[in-house]
Design a protein. Structure first.
Length: 79
């Protein structure tokens, strides 16, 4: 559903927002699945594990930094 929302907003190609006759996101799921199979086939697991860990670390760091910035910039009468 995240791909659908991003494609609907124009951040991804429209194929990711295409639905089949039953309303399922079949095309976007197939494309992402094929890409993930290709990556998993050619990249060793140790590198994939390191990339996943680095991505999670960056995501948490960005989230924590944004919370700190929002709390710093928020008005004093609001929590």
């Amino acid at each position: 559903r995240l791909q659908y929302a991003m494609a609907h907003d124009g951040l991804l190609p429209p194929i990711f927002a295409a639905l089949d006759s039953k309303g399922n996101l079949w095309y976007g799921t197939l494309i992402c699945g094929v890409v993930m199979i290709i990556i998993a086939t050619f990249v060793p697991f140790t590198y994939l594990n390191d990339l996943i860990s680095a991505g999670i670390l960056i995501a948490f760091s960005m989230t924590d930094a944004s919370v700190i910035l929002l709390r710093h910039k928020s008005p004093e009468n609001k929590p």
